[in-house]
Design a protein. Structure first.
Length: 499
């Protein structure tokens, strides 16, 4: 026997932390999942006042405490809410006829709103129907194309085998030895090469099945040159075939000398290469840009002379617990197993609503502290960012630093200067020669400004950038400048030079 103490997180606390860490889009998906799995949860009607709804929710919690005691249902913690929802949903399907036949207080037979046939739209079904359909994979699309190409049976089988190795960029990056070792019986090495050549000539977009960037661009150049009224692509083909490394290193004069043309012709040819696609496979994959949904909007209030933050939930489903199910869960006339089922689902729904409300409150408190500490950023821009450690915010709010970290994780705020990740406002920094604190993000912005104003014919190297920053009162090492330049995706001085 041993006497000891342990600290365990309840399922409710775990759910609260997960909801707090979720970005807006993930929370929206989580709510839609709960709407689909929990029958007691429903969409709230649009147009209701938010303060009135929050007050109604608080009052609802108070009114239901006594009712929950009369249900005689134990609040047993679980470690897998998904399994519980599945079990309870199955139980509802098995006993639906039993509890749907119960009589409500008005004496009318109760039927769930979702099953009504009065012509009204079901909010749950609408929310699920609005979810985008999953697009076909790249391999499926290529196989569909390959089936339309007339080939001998053995070539067709070899082509299907090769399509399985084409990655999302459209490249076949597997070496010949691996292809031969893993080939099914009956597919010889010469058959693989024959099928590969056929794939590269027939699959669209042109360039699919290339082994590398060089081969991909050459396939596209040759296909373009074979078209009617095609322009002369001799220089472009020579650039791709023999001078890709020189283009990467910006050795324009060397290329011009090698091809016996002037520098301007090389520059125009390099610019024309942009019409070709270095990653043809991406054209068949759903390339819709990832939409950033801000979690909060910061606006300047001219009357108060300060910035005001409000949570943005324009696309967030507004949900509530179905009041009819609440009455049924407290109605002693309803069969016991049905009441137990409803009570468990109501409890899960209430946990979710409480976690969302706590998430909103914590996030808004953190953002308000950020606005107060980073006022210069909103007035002057990123170059005025100050160091703001999370521990300082945690101490000011009286919460744990891990809570602050979860609150800012993958969150974005929209302000008059644009949309920024909330975590950007929390960073270390340095002290300038004048004694002012400056965050590392602000140092990067200064570096970007210096490079943007440099002479493009004679760009600054990293040592010269160190000196320019020192003139502005910022003392950092050369390796730090190189690190920040890479993070900003700024090329070296040689590659930035313009001829």
């Amino acid at each position: 026997m041993r006497l000891g103490q342990q600290m365990k997180l309840s399922p409710r606390m775990i759910q609260s932390m997960e909801i707090l860490q979720m970005p807006a889009q993930a929370l929206e998906e989580r709510i839609e999942e709960e709407l689909a799995s929990n029958p007691t949860l429903e969409l709230r009607e649009v147009g209701a006042d938010r303060r009135e709804l929050e007050a109604e929710h608080v009052q609802e919690q108070r009114d239901d405490k006594e009712g929950e005691r009369s249900l005689d249902v134990q609040d047993t913690p679980t470690t897998n809410n998904t399994d519980d929802f599945e079990r309870l949903t199955n139980f509802a399907d098995e006993n639906r006829d039993t509890w749907e036949s119960n009589i409500s207080e008005t004496g009318e037979t109760y039927a769930p709103r979702a099953r009504s046939d009065d012509g009204e739209r079901d909010g749950k079904l609408d929310a699920m129907a609005n979810a985008p359909a999953r697009s076909a994979s790249l391999a499926d699309q290529l196989l569909d194309q390959w089936m339309m190409v007339e080939n001998p049976p053995e070539v067709s089988r070899a082509g299907e085998y090769l399509i399985g190795f084409i990655d999302d960029d459209g490249y076949l990056r597997v070496d010949d030895e691996t292809l031969q070792k893993q080939a099914p019986p009956g597919i010889a090495p010469e058959l693989i090469q024959r099928a590969l050549a056929r794939l590269q000539r027939t699959l669209e977009p042109v360039g699919m099945g290339a082994r590398d960037l060089r081969e991909c661009l050459l396939l596209q150049i040759d296909a373009r040159a074979a078209e009617k009224d095609a322009p002369d692509l001799t220089i472009q083909r020579a650039l791709v075939a023999d001078h890709l490394k020189d283009i990467e290193a910006n050795r324009i004069p060397k290329i011009a000398k090698s091809l016996n043309v002037d520098v301007e012709a090389v520059k125009q040819a390099i610019h024309s290469l942009r019409q070709f696609q270095p990653h043809p496979g991406r054209q068949l994959i759903d390339a819709a840009p990832h939409a950033i949904m801000p979690d909060a909007i910061v606006e300047f209030d001219e009357e108060q002379g300060r910035y005001i933050a409000r949570l943005f939930d324009g696309r967030m489903p507004s949900v509530q617990i179905n009041p009819r199910y609440l009455k049924m869960a407290r109605d002693a006339a309803v069969e016991r197993r049905a009441r137990d089922f409803l009570s468990n689902n109501i409890r899960s729904a209430r946990w979710l609503l409480d976690a969302i409300a706590q998430r909103h409150a914590t996030l808004l408190r953190v953002i308000n502290v950020v606005i107060e500490a980073q006022r210069d950023f909103f007035d002057l821009g990123p170059q005025a960012l100050k160091p703001l450690p999370m521990t300082q915010v945690a101490d000011q709010l009286g919460i744990h630093v891990a809570t602050v970290s979860r609150a800012v994780s993958e969150k974005y705020i929209q302000c008059p200067r644009g949309i920024f990740p909330l975590r950007m406002f929390f960073s270390g920094g340095t002290e300038t020669q004048s004694g002012d604190a400056m965050s590392w993000t602000a140092v990067q912005e200064k570096l970007r400004e210096i490079i943007a104003a440099e002479d493009k014919a004679n760009p600054l190297n990293d040592d010269e950038l160190v000196e320019k920053l020192r003139e502005k009162g910022i003392e950092i090492a050369r390796r730090t400048v190189a690190k920040y330049r890479k993070e900003l995706q700024i090329a070296t001085a040689r590659q930035r030079r313009q001829f």
